[in-house]
Design a protein around this ligand. Structure first.
Ligand code: PLP
Length: 410
């Protein structure tokens, strides 16, 4: 058995109640972490406690509970600021998740800066949530979407990217880590190239924040988005980081309570950041839960997590190579511990269903990246996405299970 020197995986697994259950009488092997991660007990307990003892709407309340919840909500914002190393706390906007964050920027940035003939650059490996909002916005504004291609290893073609940039380019929106291939894109370089041309960059960090330390000032992105549920936090909460200068200039995305300064029937003035982008009652319990998840990860250490996941990646890649007829998609030099593959001619769905019966949870299909699969001329894949609570033994069991699937279809 391989032992990791820095993390006590047995202890960590005990923090996650969902991992210690049996499905069909066997221990669950949870390899669907790119879809959503399991939650540590401390996050679950905190949410329960907040719901049962501390629930009260934030902001403006003069009573004890409201004041207490407001302080917790704002202190969660500070935790996110520290986690991303943002310059100002008001650059952190709570949203419902990445999809909501990108829609907010697409609408609001579009309203402020996009006119007929302008261009937005995305890449061929984007999640649908970093394609469709731009498509809708560019259609509304008579602007254009341009696409950076990738090679068969799943690496973006930066020379092609440079060729796409021109005086009409108004924004670049790129995924940090591909949810279908695991590719870690060179975002710092991508941002640098854009900034040399005075073009702002949005990074979809949904699959990156849980695997490596992100420093938004170091990479110098203009916007960074992620979802709480993919980083061991609650569902229904997410983050939009935006540089102050953009958020100040951009109009609100949604309107109503909390985001106003003064309302009359003639005119409304808006609240300062971050409230301007947080219309309505926010998911304050989700926000505090997310803060607890970030504390949990910070205590374990993202460096330790990254190193252990690299070991899992190397081990898994070598084991999967031994399986004849298994074709991996996404062979980038720099990638997370995610294996997207097809097994012989077996439809991914069938592989997934049989693995499920062996208590292994994987995802099958297009993973919300249909244009990416068009590149490979296949419909989708089987995706095993691992987290720092997964083990080498689970990889062994998974590989044996895949061989059994092959036998059943041979
Ligand atoms: N971007 C990427 C890369 C993702 O993997 C996902 C979800 O799988 C999203 C965006 C959308 O995240 P959510 O559904 O939490 O809004």
């Amino acid at each position: 058995m391989k032992i990791n020197n820095h993390l006590d995986i047995t202890k960590i697994r005990n923090d996650f109640p969902a991992l210690n259950q049996k499905i069909y009488g066997k221990h669950l092997v949870y390899f669907d972490n790119a879809a959503t991660t399991q939650k540590p007990k401390i996050v679950i307990d905190t949410i329960n406690k907040l719901q049962s003892e501390h629930n009260s709407n934030v902001h403006r309340g003069v009573h004890y509970l409201s004041d207490q919840m407001t302080q917790m909500y704002e202190s969660a914002r500070k935790k996110v600021q520290d986690f991303l190393n943002a310059q100002y706390v008001h650059e952190i906007i709570f949203t419902k998740g990445t999809t909501d964050s990108i829609n907010a920027v697409a609408f609001s940035f579009g309203e402020a800066y996009i006119k007929e003939g302008d261009e937005i650059i995305v890449s061929e490996m984007e999640h649908h949530s970093n394609i469709v909002p731009w498509q809708i916005m560019t259609k509304r504004k008579d602007a254009k979407l341009r696409v950076i291609p990738f090679d068969d290893n799943g690496e973006l073609l930066l020379e092609e990217y440079k060729k796409l940039i021109n005086s009409k380019t108004k924004l670049v929106a790129i995924v940090h880590v591909s949810n279908s291939l695991g590719t870690i894109n060179p975002v710092k370089e991508i941002i640098d190239i854009a900034h040399k041309n005075n073009i702002p960059v949005l990074i979809d960090g949904t699959q990156a924040v849980q695997h490596e330390k992100i420093d938004v000032q170091d990479i110098d992105c203009d916007f960074y988005c992620f979802s709480g549920h993919k980083i061991y936090g609650p569902t229904g909460i997410g983050i939009l980081y935006g540089k102050e200068r953009w958020l100040k200039e951009m109009p609100p995305y949604q309107s109503g309570g909390d985001m106003i300064d003064r309302v009359t029937f003639e005119k409304t003035t808006f609240a300062e950041l971050p409230a301007k982008f947080e219309a309505g009652t926010p998911n304050y319990i989700g926000a505090v839960g997310l803060g607890i998840a970030l504390d949990y990860l910070t205590n374990i250490g993202l460096n330790n997590i990254q190193n252990y996941e690299k070991e899992l990646l190397e081990y898994g890649a070598n084991k999967l190579k031994e399986i004849d007829g298994l074709k991996i998609y996404g062979m980038a030099k720099n990638k997370t511990c995610l294996f997207s593959f097809l097994l012989n001619n077996i439809p991914p769905y069938d592989t997934g269903i049989i693995l499920d019966k062996m208590s292994i949870a994987v995802r099958t299909g297009h993973h919300c990246t249909q244009p990416l699969w068009d590149h490979y001329k296949v419909e989708g894949s089987v995706r095993a996405s691992l987290a720092f609570y997964n083990t080498f033994e689970e990889i062994d069991y998974f590989c044996e299970a895949l061989k059994k699937v092959q036998k059943m279809f041979s």
